[in-house]
Design a binder for this molecule. Sequence first.
Ligand SMILES: CC(C)(COP(=O)(O)OP(=O)(O)OC[C@H]1O[C@@H](n2cnc3c(N)ncnc32)[C@H](O)[C@@H]1OP(=O)(O)O)[C@@H](O)C(=O)NCCC(=O)NCCS
Length: 374
Amino acid sequence: MTVDIKKGLMGVTVDETGISKVMPEINSLTYRGYAAQDLCANCEFEEVAYLILNGNLPSKKELKKFEKEERKERTLSKSLINIIKQIPRKSHPMDVARTAVSVMGLEDKEVTDNSPKANLRKAMRIFSKTPTALAAFYRLRKGKKIIAPKKKFTFAENFFYMCFGKVPNKEIVKAFDVSLILYAEHSFNVSTFTARTITSSLSDIHGAITGAIASLKGPLHGGANEEVMHMMKKIKKPENADKWINNALNKKAVVMGFGHRVYKSGDSRVPTMREYFGKVAKIKKDKTYEKIYDIVEKVMIKRKNIHPNVDYPTGPTYHLMGFDTDFFTPIFVISRITGWSAHVMEQHSTNKLIRPLAAYNGNKYRKVKVLKKR
Ligand SMILES: CC(C)(COP(=O)(O)OP(=O)(O)OC[C@H]1O[C@@H](n2cnc3c(N)ncnc32)[C@H](O)[C@@H]1OP(=O)(O)O)[C@@H](O)C(=O)NCCC(=O)NCCS
C-alpha cells in the first residue's frame, strides 16, 4: 500500500491558532490581527510582547504593570550566575540560552503547574531573565565583568546596557526594538512546533522553550541571520558581490537569508527591517554591507526568483550595532520567547497529544540469534 507522505509536513494543516497569520488580503504577517509593520510603526516591543502573550494591545495602565513585572524579574539567582560562569567560553550562546532556561526550570517553584495563570507568570520570568543570562555570557567570554540589569531601562535599552555598558542613541535602540517586534512570532515554524509538540505530552513551559531554542539554532531556521553575516564577511567588498553570488549559485549553494516555506514572493517583514538597516548603516557611516546586500538580492531575484527573508537584513544590522555574529540568533530567542510562550499556553488550552505516523521502510521481520551465533 502506498502512503502519501508529506515530507517536512509541507502544506499540512495540523491545528488551529489565534496568535498569528500571514494574511493574504494584506500580504502581511499579523499578530492577533495587527500587521507586524503597523506594530513596528506605532508600538514599542513591550506592547507587542503583551499583545502576543495576552491577546490584546495593553492600555497605559496594563502596560505599566507589565513593564514593572518584566523589570522586576530580570535578576538571575546566584546559582544561575555561577553556572554561567562555569560554561566553557567557546560555547555557542544559543547553547547557553538553552542551558539557562533549563536551569530556570529547576529553580522555578511553579515548574509543574500548567494552569494558564502559572504559565503566564513562568513565561514572564523566562522572558525577563533570558536576556540577562545571555548578556552575562557575552561579558564573561570577553573577560569583562557582568553588568546587572537596570530597572530604568526598557527591554531593548537594558539589553544594550548589559552587553556594552551603555545605551546607544534612540534610532539604534528603535531599530533593535523593530527587529524584536518582527522576530516575536510566526505561527507553526519549526521551533514553535517543537514547543507545541513538547507541550502536547503535558510537559512544562521551561522544557518546551528549552527545546524550541535548540530547534531555532539550526541554519535553516534562526541560525540563518548568523550565516548571512558569515556570507557578507566572505564577500568583504561590494565589488566582489556579483561574482561571489553568481559563483555560489553556479555551484547550487543554498544562500542563507533567502527563501521561506510560507512566503514565496517576499517576506512581509523585510521592507521594514531593510529600512531600519539603512538607518543604522547611515548612523554608523558604513554602507559596505548595504551595497553587498542590494547586489546579492538583485542576483537572487533575477536568477532564482527567490526573495530575502527577515534574517537577511537583521544579520548586518546587528553587526553594525556591535554584536558578535554568534549573538544574532540569541537576540531572536529573547524576542521569540513571547511567541513560543503564547503557543505553549494555546496548546495547553486545546491539547491533543501530537503523535504522527511514519511509513516503515526498515528490515522485514527477523528472528533474534543469540550472541554466540551471530
Ligand atoms: C527556508 C527554506 C528551508 C525553505 O525551504 P522549503 O520551503 O523546504 O523550500 P525548498 O528548500 O524545497 O526550496 C525550493 C527550491 O528553491 C531553492 N531554494 C530555496 N531557498 C534557497 C536559497 N536560500 N538559496 C538557493 N536556493 C534556494 C531550493 O534549492 C529548491 O530548488 P529545487 O526545487 O531546484 O530543488 C529554504 O528557503 C532555505 O534553506 N533558505 C535558506 C535558509 C534560511 O534563510 N532560513 C531562514 C528562514 S526564515
